[in-house]
Design a protein. Sequence first.
Length: 206
Amino acid sequence: MPRWAEKTLTGWGRVHRATSMVARPERTNDLTRLLQESGDGSLLAHGAGRSYGDAALNGGGRSVLMTRLDRFLAFDPQDGLLVAEAGVTFADTIATFLPRGFLPPVMPGTGFATLGGGLANDVHGKNHHQAGSFGQHLEWFDLRLSDGEVRRVFPESPLFKATVGGVGLTGVVQSLCLRLRPAPSNAVVVRKRRIADLDHFLDAFE
């Protein structure tokens, strides 16, 4: 069973730091005991530490490291539905499913972020204008509330809207169902154009 230990956690830029009592569960069932042991104190899930600021830091409280909850639980190749634990990273998802012709529909600037972190921050990628943000591609997620109850949350629920982009304040997301998009190839066609100056650059956009 995971044990609590004092540890200093940081954000990605390592500017913000916070010392917390930290535990790293191996299974989602471990979360029940960890929540009970937190008592009336605060507890926050911490993913891969790739948040830009201090969103996943809980100084003086307790933090649950989600990085070992990193299993793929189910995949339906007919409709691209992936069920995964929250600690799975975007990089692992790409490495596993791109060879099978699928990609996450929205990806942040780093593959080291977790899917749970993507949900908590409702991340977007360079295709934001077309694909929207991460939460728009979720079918459901399993949320462990502060009393230990696990609730499957669907997009029509107010709890869904409060959790996606809610930086972990509604509970601990332990698994999620994400609709991957088809990817016909792992390669892209690149055309290079030399740009002389700013005016030429702006003209090229036109």
